[in-house]
Write a protein that binds this ligand. Sequence first.
Ligand code: ZN
Length: 118
Amino acid sequence: MKSQILKGDTVLVRRGKEKGKRGTVKAIFADSWQATVEGINVVKRHTKPQQQQSNMGAAGRNGGIVEKEAPLPISVLQYVCEACKAPTRLRRGETKEHRRARICVRCGEPARESAKGA
Ligand SMILES: [Zn+2]
């Protein structure tokens, strides 16, 4: 089984304490069937000052506490269509560009395809 949700998609959280919130998928962890979503399920992490600075944000500069998204099960995330802005499902279908494009079942618009490395 392969997730229809890709990195960069907008998703709606369907269950849990973040239920009803929307965000952009930052990363997909296919092995554990989880994903991180921008601004959703944020946890505080303690960091050391000498830690590498990439992606640590402002608080990472001198160590201390950074806020970081914890992974959520992909099963609680629902794809939100960029065209009709509604939580929806995707089906596979053919477009001019792609033989197996992701297509919104509501409005019929094709979703953008995966970003590199997604
Ligand atoms: Zn749509």
